[in-house]
Design a binder for this molecule. Structure first.
Ligand SMILES: Nc1ncnc2c1ncn2[C@@H]1O[C@H](COP(=O)(O)OP(=O)(O)O)[C@@H](O)[C@H]1O
Ligand SMILES: [Mg+2]
Length: 255
């Protein structure tokens, strides 16, 4: 792959928790404009990997290059400012605030990092209009004046994505965005990701559900017990016996 296509390049990434090798020597790359899936059974190390890329965890070893620049070990706010925006497996919207105000709070983070006091000045007409463009992008503009806590889980996830998009990221990272959603809400959500893809967003999708990942991803990397066991197109990965074994193993453990 030509180096200029690689937005994110990860080399030999490791995270050990005492004796537990949660992520062990994983290489991965994300090309501009693609949706890259990081998949694997529960406990495979997906969230740990994700947290290292976002700056929530310092790697035990390894390199994370964003546009060729080493970012491993930077704190989360610095990684965000480099252009990596994330959502959480458990949503973190401000439930007592309106949907629109959740967006305006994200602007405050973008324009004056850490200065929550500037929130009062953020309610300008221009900011409100801009907030609406992000809410429209995730199809929740109709709920702008509602309390965020009253949204369904699927719409809270959309709000969280709108907040991430407000940072105008170069890479959007989603950790199990369909977890806990009904079948219908999952289908809706997959449509949304399809739309974001068509707008050119580069996405790293952490996903346990093979069906969701297969439908959305251009390429996938599979982790099992912290180790990369496969990578390739969804078709290649799905039919790989090692991957099938890892998922079957999980089903057996779950009984
Ligand atoms: N902060 C932590 N301290 C100790 N062990 C952890 C920590 N976070 C995750 N682990 C362990 O690392 C392994 C991978 O977990 P995780 O990255 O959450 O997997 P996944 O997201 O694929 O389900 C698990 O065995 C988990 O118990
Ligand atoms: Mg996880």
């Amino acid at each position: 792959m030509p180096a200029e296509q690689e937005l994110l390049k990860i080399i030999g990434l490791k995270k050990y928790f005492g004796g537990l090798k949660a992520v062990d020597n994983v290489d991965l790359s994300v090309k501009r404009g693609e949706t890259m899936g990081l998949i694997g059974p529960n406990g495979a190390g997906k969230t740990t990997f994700f947290n290292m890329v976002c700056g929530a965890y310092t790697p035990t070893a390894g390199k994370i290059l964003l546009n060729g620049e080493e970012i491993q070990g930077l704190p989360a706010h610095a990684v965000a400012r480099k252009g990596i925006a994330r959502t959480f497996q458990i949503t973190r919207v401000f439930k007592d605030m309106t949907v629109e105000d959740n967006l305006l709070a994200a602007f405050a983070l973008r324009r004056a990092p850490g200065l929550w006091a500037s929130l009062g000045r953020s309610h300008t007409k221009r900011n409100r209009e801009e907030a609406m463009t992000y809410l429209e992008r995730v199809d929740i503009a109709a709920f702008a004046k509602q309390k965020a806590g009253d949204l369904s889980l699927g719409y809270m996830r959309r709000l969280e994505i709108a907040r991430a998009l407000a940072l105008e990221p170069i890479l959007l990272m989603l950790d199990e965005p369909c977890a806990g959603l009904s079948k219908d809400a999952t289908v809706d959500f997959m449509e949304l990701v399809g739309k974001l893809k068509s707008l050119g967003t580069t996405i790293m999708l952490v996903e346990h559900n093979m069906g969701v990942a297969t439908a959305l991803c251009d390429r996938m990397t599979v982790l099992s017990y912290g180790v990369k066991i496969a990578e390739g197109t969804p078709q290649e990965v799905q039919s790989n016996p090692v991957v099938i074994d890892a998922y079957l193993g999980e089903a057996e453990e779950a009984g």
